[in-house]
Each structure stands twice: as structure tokens, then as C-alpha cells.
Design a binder for this molecule. Sequence first.
Ligand code: ZN
Length: 441
Amino acid sequence: MPLADDLVREIDARRDDLIALTQDLLRIPTLNPPGENYREICDYLQKRLAASGFDVELIRAHGTPGDSDRYPRWNIVARRDGDRPGECVHFNSHIDVVDVGHGWTKDPFGGELIDGKIYGRGACDMKGGLAASIVAAEAFLAVSPEFSGAIEISGTADEESGGYGGVAYLAGKGYFSPDRVQHVIIPEPLNKDRICLGHRGVWWAEVETFGEIAHGSMPFLGDCAVRHMGAVIDEMEESLFPALAQKRTDMPVVPEGARQSTLNINSIHGGQSEGDADFTGLPSPCVPDSCRMVIDRRFLLEENIDEVQAEVLEVLKTVEGRRDKFRYDVRELHRVLPTMTEKDAPVVMTVAKAIRETMGKDAEYVVSPGTYDQKHIDRIGKLKNCIAYGPGILDLAHKPDEYVGVDDMLDSAKVMGRSLIELLAEGQVQPSEKGGSHELA
Ligand SMILES: [Zn+2]
């Protein structure tokens, strides 16, 4: 395949450019929260992509959570149309990074290159993936300036905080509707030989137990909400956690431990709020009249969300049957349904073939234990032909001394570039051969 050979050579020749691009992106600290420098990184990307012939739009997600004049939620969508009609391949990367945290031995915003690794917050999650997709698209354009369909590259806000000011907003505006975009690749760090088909579902809820306030020296005059919550946790240990451990999934979730239903008690709070760190007084003696617990339930394609909720209500009903004056409330905070793209979807088959051709091995199919922006593309955009595929080691995401390997970026750029050849260049009849342009189905 001469075109693919040209592409591989072209990408190898852009090694230094790929490194510099990744370093530039890492040196713009786009911390979320609060959502810093989104405009700056979008301006940078606009310059880069406009120079490569893309039509670029900057879109602010006005009024979404966190959006303010101080921290505006900017997104970029760049599109380059080919000269013939065809399908659109969209690469979507989030531009935000999480808090630095402790334990770094490298500058988290320095973009240092040491022994073939580029260090920085967001190196693997996912500025390395963004850079790889840009270089893949540019190399493809260099070897195949005439192509059918379109390439889109987006950089979107707030993935780390739910994606409402990013992909969800754009999906709501029609940017991911199937008549505009047909294939979506999200270059999240899933390892360069793995295709991530989707993710488990999420149900976040707050459970509250109620009591009655009284003087702490005479607790029998009140009713302790924390003891009620203790009974709830006992019952969860007794019945719910063992039941969840039994629920296994056919989804290829990684790591292996997440191939079942899980529940995390995210936080628990009862009674008086804790004083500030510099408060030196004592608490006052009171019986807590409220206790709140936030639960994070991750569920499987084989489960439905009504059952997931019913299980928690069942625990509460059991406890209610055992305890006097047990009163409670459950509030849903957040829900995301599980999603998994079929293995024979066009984007999956294309990328799998490109992995085989680039790395000489079969792709591994995985599903993410947590969610990412595919949820919005599926639910709001109604587009099923979507995967996550990108360079970087998933386990390094959000950790100190996060890095991305340059060779990994190059390999995954080759996979992305080959996918573009397959979807936009190969198999298409060249107008010159047939003497005139024609519509593609
Ligand atoms: Zn990410």
C-alpha cells in the first residue's frame, strides 16, 4: 500500500514537530477545576489548524456549569472538507487536565523530554493524544491532499468534570449529529494497541437519614441519624456488596476487578460540620439529626438503572423494618447509562485493521471502568460509531510524573492516519480515472 507507506514516512519525519506540539500544549496549564486557560489553548490550536487548512470555530459553552467571565468554557471545532462528498472522521480530545497533586519530581507544566518520554500534567490524559491526532491528520493531508468526506478535530472543555461545558454542549448544538459526523475517535490514553468500545454506567445518589437533635448528654431524648446510617452500612455489607460482587459482565472492562458491579461510598457526613483548620474550640454536644452519604454505583450493560436504584431502596426498606423511627431520603445526583459500540462497527473495524498493519498484532478490545465523553456522543449526539483510541498508559492518568512516550504517540498517529486513508482515501474512485466527479453513497 504505497499511500500507507508514504504516510508512515511522513509521520516519522514529523517526530520533532509532534514533540514540540505536545510540549506547547502541556505548557498551557488548563487545570479543571476551575477551568483555566481554555481560551489560550483554543487560540493556540486555532493557529495551528488554520495553518493546515482547517476551518476553525471557537465555541463558548455559555451558562454551563462553571462557565463565567473569569473561567469561560471555550471549545474548538476544526473541520477540513475534502474535495468529494463522503464521510466525516472526527477526533475529539478534551483540553482540560486535573489538579497536579503531590509527589512530582518533574515540572508538571514544563513538558520536559527525557529518554523518549514527555512529562507533564495531561501528557497522557490527553494532550499527547490530541497532538497525535493533529499530526496524523496533517500527515494524511500531505500524502492525500485529495480525499472524500471531511476530517474534524475538536478540543473540548470539562471532560474531567462531566463534559457539560464541552462535548455535551456541542452535542446539544448538533456538532455530533450523524448527518454531520459519521466516525468518532477519542484519543484517550487506552494504550496504543487497545480499542476502547465504551464504558460502564454510573448512578450517583445521596442517601440521607434523619434523626432528632437533643443535648449530647441525654441522647435518649433525641434520635441519632448517624446510628441509623451505621445500620444502613451494616446492611449494605451484609446483602448489597456480596450481591454486587456476583454480578459479572461480558463487557471486556479493564482492569479485571471492574468486570463486575461496584459501589463506592464516596463520602459520609453526619452531625455538626467540622471547624476550619484554624478553629481551636471544642464541638458542642448535640445528637445529629441528619447524616448524608454519597454513593457512586457503577453498573453493567446487563443491568438496568431501575434495578440499580431498587437495590439501594431495598437496603433502606430492610433497615426500616428493623429500626424504630427510621426515616430516610434518596436523591439522585447523576446518571450515565452504560454504552458499548459493536465490534463490527465501521470505526472499530477500521482502527483494528490499522493497529494490525502498524503494530503487527491484533487489537485488544476493552471497556473503561469509568465514563468519558463517549456518553454524550451516544446519548445526545445519537452517534454509536464511536470509540476511544489513543497513546499513553491509562494507569498514569491523574498520577504524579505523568508522561507520554514519543514512540507510542508516533505509533498511534500512524494508526489514526491509516484509518483516515481507509475511510477517506482508499476504495474511493479517483475523479481523474473516471473523468468527472460523482456522488458517493
Ligand atoms: Zn481523559
